[in-house]
Write a protein that binds this ligand. Structure first.
Ligand SMILES: Cc1cc2nc3c(=O)[nH]c(=O)nc-3n(C[C@H](O)[C@H](O)[C@H](O)COP(=O)(O)OP(=O)(O)OC[C@H]3O[C@@H](n4cnc5c(N)ncnc54)[C@H](O)[C@@H]3O)c2cc1C
Length: 291
């Protein structure tokens, strides 16, 4: 096996183009797959030391809009600790594995691994994230909503890697929360997770986005629930009212971690709890990248 460590994104893109190797970031998923024989890459392209792939800062995107830009190799621990990011993403990052995993693992790895139970995916979907994909010929931008195509499957082409994640600057002005449930505390993979972001206007829910993970082959937005809740006061809604629009939207399965029926029940409670947290605080919860 060849091991390459490019020092810039353009070098990484060129190496990927010519070798069609496998990108390596923190290795917390990749080394497991190699050890278990799920993949046998001829070339490993380690992007973890490329400085420009790390950090959280304000930038202008391809539409000339202000965004919070997160380098793909920013570690999960850095995401969890950042005051410049919305709460739901920080809470999702805090739910990932152990301190060792969070220190090595990257947000780009969590996204590109595309596990339905990845703990940063529902937060990114609920924050309307966009992904900047890099190839030797240039970049293209894709909405989080369109990135995942199935368990461990994405629209990434063999010659592309994730360079940045971008969040609308307005996501910092919203209240947001993430909830997950696992079999036990510490290192437990989500049996289900949920993320909510909203703005309260005169006590009513507005600009609401709800996303759930581990209950379908890809993270899902719950459009019907968003419609149902928009304009309502939190006190007007009950768990029972939630059930139908949530169950219509999700497609959980039985697996080693949980039964489909348990996932259905618990997702309703997780969304309700996340919503209650959002409603309990003022909007405008993060300091803004670079502040
Ligand atoms: C013990 C343990 C516990 C864990 N617990 C959790 C948990 O609770 N929640 C959770 O969500 N995850 C968990 N994970 C999974 C893992 O730690 C995360 O998914 C992590 O964020 C992966 O990041 P990484 O940098 O290590 O990715 P890597 O292992 O380096 O890469 C993962 C995959 O993504 C690809 N890739 C990485 N970066 C890019 C990029 N920039 N562009 C294109 N492709 C890329 C690689 O080719 C590979 O296919 C756990 C893993 C372990 C071993």
């Amino acid at each position: 096996m060849r091991y390459l460590k490019p020092s810039s994104v353009s070098e990484a893109a060129d190496v990927l183009e010519s070798s069609r190797g496998m990108i390596l970031a923190g290795g917390t998923d990749a080394y497991v797959y190699m050890a278990e024989g799920f993949c046998h890459p001829e070339t490993l392209i380690d992007i973890s030391s490329i400085d420009t792939l790390r950090g959280i800062y304000v930038a202008t995107d391809d539409r000339e809009e202000e965004v919070i830009r997160i380098g793909a190799c920013t570690t999960i621990a850095e995401i969890a600790a950042s005051q410049d990011l919305p709460t739901c993403l920080r809470q999702g990052a805090r739910a990932v594995g152990s301190p060792q995993i969070r220190n090595l693992g990257t947000i780009g790895g969590n996204v590109c691994n595309a596990s339905p139970c990845g703990d940063t995916l529902a937060p990114l979907l609920c924050l309307d994230a966009r992904f900047v994909l890099r190839a030797s010929g240039g970049t293209r931008v894709i909405a989080c909503e369109d990135f995942f195509t199935g368990p461990k499957k994405t629209v990434l082409k063999p010659n592309e890697f994730l360079e940045f994640i971008e969040l609308p600057a307005s996501s910092c002005g919203k209240a947001s929360a993430f909830r997950m449930i696992g079999n036990r505390k510490g290192q437990a993979i989500s049996q289900a997770n949920a993320s909510v972001s909203l703005v309260m206007v005169d006590g009513r829910m507005s600009d609401l986005r709800v996303a759930v993970g581990s209950v379908a082959p890809v993270p899902l937005r719950l459009g019907k629930l968003e419609e149902f809740l928009t304009g309502k006061r939190v006190k007007e809604v009950s768990l029972a009212m939630f059930k139908e629009p949530i169950l219509e939207g999700i497609r959980p399965i039985d697996d080693v971690r949980s039964s489909a029926s348990y996932r259905q029940e618990v997702t309703v409670a997780l969304v309700f709890d996340a919503l209650a947290e959002c409603a309990s605080k003022d909007s405008g919860e993060c300091e803004g990248a670079g502040a």
